[in-house]
Design a protein around this ligand. Structure first.
Ligand SMILES: Nc1ncnc2c1ncn2[C@@H]1O[C@H](COP(=O)(O)OP(=O)(O)OP(=O)(O)O)[C@@H](O)[C@H]1O
Ligand SMILES: [Mg+2]
Ligand SMILES: [Zn+2]
Length: 261
């Protein structure tokens, strides 16, 4: 049936795609899909097969069609190309047993992922690997499961929303909100306590929309357990508790260990 060969071909093509993407950063500078050595970018390849004792040629979709779809998904995810190359759970050091247990838990979450599955909320000190973990999950879901995912830094997202209020903005507020609510999985990084009523209401609206749509949310934050309980807006914190499982990632600052990206 050639299934294994197909998988190997797709795998090696994907590998070169990710390697290629990683050469350019940020995501906006993604190169176009590479030339396909299998079909010359036609998207189909001819295979010889036997039918009723005769050799015939049949066209079938080339694996590069799938690779192109994944490239588009990766580009739309907002993940920097370098992260798509390096942010994996496999290569993570495990300085303590408790840290290792969190890596294991996140790996299990990723392996078992089903649409609408509850998400995770990683909290812990700076440089402990929270962003890496939630983005490694997105990477896995995009490249291995072809699921539409989106990464947002909360502060940057709020700024983007503010920008849509300018008369010359090319994006509307609704489009941006849709880009947060629509994807199967969203990773919301750098969740902080709101500084203004607008920030509070906006974050509540965004998370609330995903809650109503029963869509998976991954969160990373430097807020400690007490701050999460006492300082976040109560309605926001209630929804986050319903949507995510909290995991404390207590580790060293890996940026100081010379492994910073
Ligand atoms: N367990 C680990 N093993 C090796 N490198 C790691 C590990 N965790 C994180 N890193 C690396 O350390 C750097 C910082 O990690 P990351 O950005 O995920 O930390 P963070 O917890 O999100 O920090 P902050 O709170 O400042 O946002 C990255 O380059 C990341 O790849
Ligand atoms: Mg981070
Ligand atoms: Zn091809």
């Amino acid at each position: 049936m050639g299934t294994t060969i197909e998988m190997e071909r797709a795998g090696s093509l994907l590998h070169s795609v990710v390697q290629g993407l990683a050469l350019k950063s940020p995501a906006a500078s993604f190169p176009p899909a590479p030339q396909c050595p299998l079909c010359g970018d036609v998207g189909w390849e001819l295979v010889e097969c036997e039918e009723r004792g005769r050799k015939v040629s049949r066209a079938r979709p080339c694996v590069c069609q799938h690779a192109r779809k994944l490239i588009a998904m990766a580009r739309d995810s907002g993940l920097p190309a370098e992260w798509l190359k390096t942010h994996t759970l496999n290569g993570m050091e495990q300085p303590t047993e408790i840290y290792g247990a969190v890596v294991e838990k996140v790996s299990q979450w990723l392996a078992a992922y089903q649409p609408h599955q509850a998400g995770l909320l990683l909290y812990g000190p700076a440089g402990s690997g929270k962003t890496r973990m939630i983005t490694a999950c997105l990477r896995g879901l995009i490249l291995k499961r072809s699921l539409p995912c989106r990464y947002y830094d909360a502060r940057v997202f709020l700024q983007l929303l503010r920008n849509t209020y300018n008369a010359d903005s090319d994006t509307t507020e609704r489009e941006l909100v849709e880009s947060f609510v629509h994807p199967q999985v969203v990773a919301l990084d750098e969740l902080v306590v709101a500084r203004t009523d607008w920030e509070r209401e906006t974050m509540l609206m965004l998370v609330g929309e995903r809650y109503k749509a029963n869509k998976t949310l991954l969160v990373a934050t430097n807020l400690c357990r007490e701050q999460l309980r006492d300082e976040l807006d109560e309605r926001l914190s209630s929804r986050l508790r319903a949507m995510t499982e909290p995991l404390h990632l207590d580790g060293p600052d890996f940026r100081q260990k010379g492994s910073a990206a």
